[in-house]
Ligand binder design. Structure first.
Ligand code: AHR
Length: 670
């Protein structure tokens, strides 16, 4: 039998359909490029209190007293002083609590947490601190009372849970206690009171350092770990790649405050505090108390990648502090080329930390942290949004030195270069040929653009030069024109654009929406993928778009055409966008269709090369709303969520589907 005769169309009589029926022809005979496991991923930067105050579940702000205002986040009573000769050399400050001179007078500390210390009824919290009684003699102890309290006007008492810890001896020791909260209090605080001191020596003093409290119920139950609901939201995206730690914080406001991965490993007590530039980046939203504890450091990051089953993609400083904030004349913001070696070595050492065997210097440190097995790192990005000046190849000359050294030291690592802050314009144009010439494996393109840009760029990669480098769309989100907030219509535009990513999966190898998280009380930048307060989180419509593409990414691209043309909102296509894949594992053809227009459209799916009688079910998952400016919120987390319908496939029926205005559907044909 000839091939043409076995090609059976699902469409029996197209003439029977309305004039405006869009017949999408999907060629299942010749699958195209393999879809990389990395195609859809996540990008985490500590912006919007995403890490400290967010995913990293620490509840005590300024736990090590290292903020420049050493008591920021704390209130004190009585005789509390700051000292700087503590047990952790990189975080030397701690508090000294001395009896306040009268038995009735209290010496105590209160911590306000990140937007409150928020606790839930029946949940246990693990409090710890390092302490000593420096002037203790044999048998001298002090007692520290720990209270959770709030200002509930209906309650007689402020404190609603408490425990005591006896501190003994003049040597620093770590103390732990678990407290279960009898009630939910979103805006509680933590109080530590110096109680009884030794009878023998009433002037015994107590030093406290690294006062920390975490929920016991963290992601995977790890002590000092990640917030369970937020990590679960990431897991549920099934990310293929995980970019970290930025974003702008990679570069730093200046070189001294750039992100340095070596400071983020080892015991958390000794990870030095770093400035978080999102503290002051946005002049309409300042947060003086936003610092990086680095508690979610590179070990925890690699561990999360392992949990999620995705590829790590670290971004490292290229030796240029943020180019937006430092002009090329500010030489102190640029590492001179002949001094770049320590930066390059940091990149090479990171590969050893991730992949080296346990006898290597950095591999041993990984093993000491509890992970002798390598993390199998394959990618590193050098620089975030960097560019060359017309007069000086500021970025590319540094990138070249990294590439040359890394190709020798770690030849299996794929190196990702920056394409500047925009996906077009002179900065982009200058870098493009240079990245190709230097054989960057991938280049990192960023776009925060309005609706029309996302729609018009759905065909962006169809004519992309296949000679490379490959594309990593490392930061993108639709910023509604005049509407920079999470909104349904923006999510639809992102879906339309993503059909172009999927169709071109041979060149676009990774794509990560940005930013990932935002605290409702602490954001600097929106829209964002996941919003949260201290106790709850909500997945936005953009999240569901990402999730649907990721869950149904398939294994190979299928050619999808309407009248021989790609479907990317072209003239006559009535604002329809579409892509198709086959999933060899699920034995399914998956078609994604977006109607970005304001009128419903009729479509038919014409699976060329599939026998109707071999098809069993069609599942359709749809995201639909008629409120363009609406999105899910903590108050209404399920306002706009994907709806599933499954129907038996009837071999005799050719089905016409309505794509409602501003809707996104995934069709899974088994
Ligand atoms: O995602 C927010 C910021 O946008 C990133 O830090 C930066 O890379 C970009 O400008």
């Amino acid at each position: 039998m000839k091939l043409t005769t076995i090609i059976v169309s699902l469409v029996i009589a197209t003439a029977a359909f309305a004039d405006n029926n869009h017949q999408l022809d999907i060629n299942t005979v010749k699958p195209g490029a393999a879809i990389p496991s990395t195609l859809y991923g996540i990008f985490l930067e500590d912006i919007n209190f995403a890490a400290d105050g967010g995913l990293y579940a620490e509840m005590v702000k300024n736990r090590s007293f290292e903020y420049p205002q050493h008591l920021m986040g704390w209130k004190t009573y009585g005789d509390v002083t700051i000292r700087d000769d503590g047990p952790f050399d990189r975080n030397p400050h701690y508090v000294r609590l001395s009896p306040a001179g009268h038995p009735r007078r209290m010496t105590a500390l209160e911590n306000e947490g990140y937007f409150g210390v928020s606790v839930e009824e029946g949940k246990a919290y693990s409090l710890s601190f390092w302490a000593r009684c420096p002037n203790a003699e044999d048998g001298d102890t002090s007692v520290v009372r720990i209270e959770l309290f709030d200002y509930d006007p209906n309650s007689d008492r402020q404190d609603f849970a408490s425990k005591t810890i006896a501190v003994s001896g003049s040597a620093w020791k770590k103390y732990h206690v678990k407290i279960t909260s009898p009630k939910t209090s979103p805006k509680a605080a933590l109080r530590l009171i110096l109680m009884a001191v030794s009878q023998k020596k009433p002037k015994v003093i107590t030093d406290l350092e690294h006062i920390s409290m975490f929920p016991v119920d963290t992601w995977k139950g790890r002590e000092g770990g990640m917030r369970r609901d937020l990590a679960q939201a990431l897991y549920d995206l099934h990310p293929g790649v995980f970019r970290f730690p930025g974003g702008c914080i990679v570069e730093g406001t200046d070189l001294a405050t750039r992100y340095q991965w070596k400071n983020t490993i080892g015991p958390v007590e000794n990870r030095p505090l770093n400035e978080n530039r999102w503290q002051f980046e946005r002049s309409h939203r300042y947060y003086a108390d936003y610092w990086q504890s680095l508690g979610l450091g590179f070990f925890e990051y690699f561990q999360l990648c392992e949990d999620f089953g995705c590829e790590p993609l670290p971004v490292l400083s290229c030796g240029l502090a943020c180019q937006f904030q430092n002009t090329r004349h500010m030489k102190e913001a640029h590492v001179p080329l002949d001094s770049l070696q320590s930066y390059i070595q940091d990149a090479i050492d990171l590969v050893e930390f991730a992949n080296g065997d346990t006898s290597s210097t950095w591999g041993r440190k990984r093993a000491e942290m509890g992970h002798p097995k390598p993390f199998n790192l394959k990618y590193i990005a050098i620089g975030n949004e960097q560019w060359d000046e017309q007069q000086e190849p500021l970025y590319s000359e540094r990138f070249r030195l990294f590439v040359n050294a890394m190709r020798k030291a770690c030849p299996n690592i794929k190196i990702i270069g920056s394409m500047g802050p925009n996906a077009d314009g002179w900065k982009y144009d200058l870098l493009k040929p240079r990245m190709r010439e230097m054989k960057a494996n991938l280049v990192d393109e960023h776009f925060y653009k309005p609706e029309q840009w996302f729609l018009s760029q759905a065909a962006r990669y169809d004519n992309y030069d296949r000679r490379g480098p490959k594309i990593f769309a490392g930061e993108y989100a639709c910023h509604g024109k005049g509407k920079k907030f999470n909104r349904y219509e923006s999510a639809i535009c992102e879906a339309a654009f993503m059909t172009g990513i999927e169709r071109n999966a041979d060149v676009v190898r990774m794509a990560t929406y940005a930013p990932l998280f935002a605290h409702v009380e602490g954001w600097q930048w929106r829209p964002d993928l996941i919003w949260f307060d201290n106790l709850h989180s909500v997945r936005t419509t953009s999240y569901y778009v990402q999730q649907l593409f990721s869950l149904y990414k398939g294994t190979r691209v299928l050619q999808l055409r309407e009248g021989g043309r790609i479907v990317a909102g072209l003239d006559g296509q009535d604002s329809l966008y579409a892509s198709a894949v086959i999933d060899d594992n699920q034995k399914a053809v998956i078609v994604k269709v977006v109607n970005a227009g304001t009128k419903p459209q009729q479509i038919t799916l014409n699976l060329q090369g599939k026998k109707k009688q071999n098809m069993t079910t069609i599942e359709r998952i749809t995201l639909l709303s008629n409120e363009m400016d609406a999105d899910n919120s903590l108050q209404q987390p399920g306002k706009i969520i994907p709806h599933h319908e499954t129907e038996e496939f009837t071999p005799s029926a050719a089905k016409e589907y309505t794509m409602e205005a501003k809707s996104f559907s995934v069709f899974i044909i088994k």
